[in-house]
Design a protein around this ligand. Structure first.
Ligand code: SAM
Length: 328
């Protein structure tokens, strides 16, 4: 459960802990349990409680081990960000002192070819974090070419989105695209890797499809909103993201909840109206040290943003209000 057996190396762990500053008797919520790296660190630091969720059914086995070790100080429910309020209701917990979101895929998901997340290992084109919904193969089979291009552009920042979408749709008319390596090689043909370019040419395409089929952006937004609703005054929301689209959602969400929405300067906080804003964000994103990056290359693109809850009621707003058009 710890040390050398860790299957997923938690990213920015010390930094998250130094923001949360766990205290005995308090309740924390790990929204992305995974292999339990954040949860273990918090539970080992003092006599507090952690509620954890993960939408991936394969995390239940590790959660059972945690239950044996930590007893009543730990609760796990297989669930999603959008269900956080229901989870708290079910456990009869009114308020939480800190939320942690460690967005994206775990090493267990990425490294298991059967899950279909990796363009380096052959496996079924699945990419679902939970076990329900459309697989990536089913999505590719049915999506319209121009919608696919929009998804690649908006969710993967893929500049060659139209060309890649055209190649994918041409290929699927010849034969089904059922495996990860099939998709990776089609994208490589559409977008050959430039000399000395470190990233695989299918990186952005895989990212975009994964984000879309798991509805990750809406989930993140709903998760932030549920967390803000149930935070105690002075409680913290910590979010670790791995690419710019997610980071922008977090940054814009925190800005909007703190009143410093750049698109609406009338809402800028002043000494008079500051107390009417529900969150105070720490303005700068925290990044991993060179040391962490050298020990764990997957941490290289991570960013931690956090915000503190005030005593004001959260304002209601939508993804659209923070500059994100929903594509589905
Ligand atoms: C990067 S891993 C978390 C690793 C964890 N912090 C650890 O130390 O092991 C992300 C996890 O979040 C889960 N996840 C992603 N989106 C989710 C969502 N909307 N609701 C619940 N779990 C989610 C994934 O299934 C995955 O297990």
């Amino acid at each position: 459960m710890n040390g050398e057996n860790l299957k997923h190396k938690p990213v920015l762990l010390e930094e998250v802990l130094s923001v949360i500053k766990p205290k005995a008797g308090e309740v924390y919520f790990d929204t992305t349990f995974g292999w339990g790296g954040y949860t273990a660190k918090i539970l080992d630091s003092c006599a507090c409680k952690v509620i954890a969720i993960d939408q991936d059914p394969s995390t239940k086995k590790q959660a059972n081990e945690f239950k044996k070790k930590y007893g009543e100080r730990f609760e796990f429910i297989q669930s999603k960000f959008s269900q956080i309020s229901n989870v708290l209701q079910k456990l009869d917990i009114k308020k939480v002192d800190g939320f942690m979101f460690d967005i994206g895929v775990s090493s267990m998901q990425l490294d298991n070819p059967e899950r279909g997340f990796s363009f380096n290992k052959d496996g079924p084109l699945d990419m679902r974090m939970s076990s329900d919904g459309l697989t990536a193969a089913e999505f590719i089979k049915s999506i319209d070419e121009s919608e696919l291009a929009d998804i690649l552009y908006n969710y993967g920042d893929e500049r060659k989105s139209r060309r890649i979408a055209r190649y994918i749709c041409q290929s699927r008319s010849e034969s089904n695209i059922d495996t990860t390596l099939q998709l990776a090689s089609i994208v490589e043909k559409a977008n050959p890797k430039k000399h000395n370019h470190k990233k695989h040419s299918a990186t952005k395409t895989f990212q975009a499809i994964r984000i879309f089929i798991n509805d990750e952006l809406r989930e993140l937004f709903n998760g932030l909103s549920a967390a803000e609703e149930s935070l105690n005054v002075n409680g913290k929301i910590c979010v670790v993201t791995f690419h710019s689209t997610e980071d922008k959602i977090v940054k814009n969400y925190f800005n909007k909840s703190s009143g410093s929405d750049p698109s609406n300067y009338k809402n800028l906080p002043t000494s008079k109206n500051e107390s009417s804003h529900s969150l105070i964000p720490f303005k700068k994103a925290i990044k991993p040290t060179d040391n962490e990056i050298s020990e764990n290359i997957r941490s290289r693109s991570a960013k931690l943003r956090w915000a503190k809850k005030t005593d004001a009621k959260p304002n209601k707003f939508t993804l659209d209000d923070i500059g994100f058009k929903e594509l589905n």
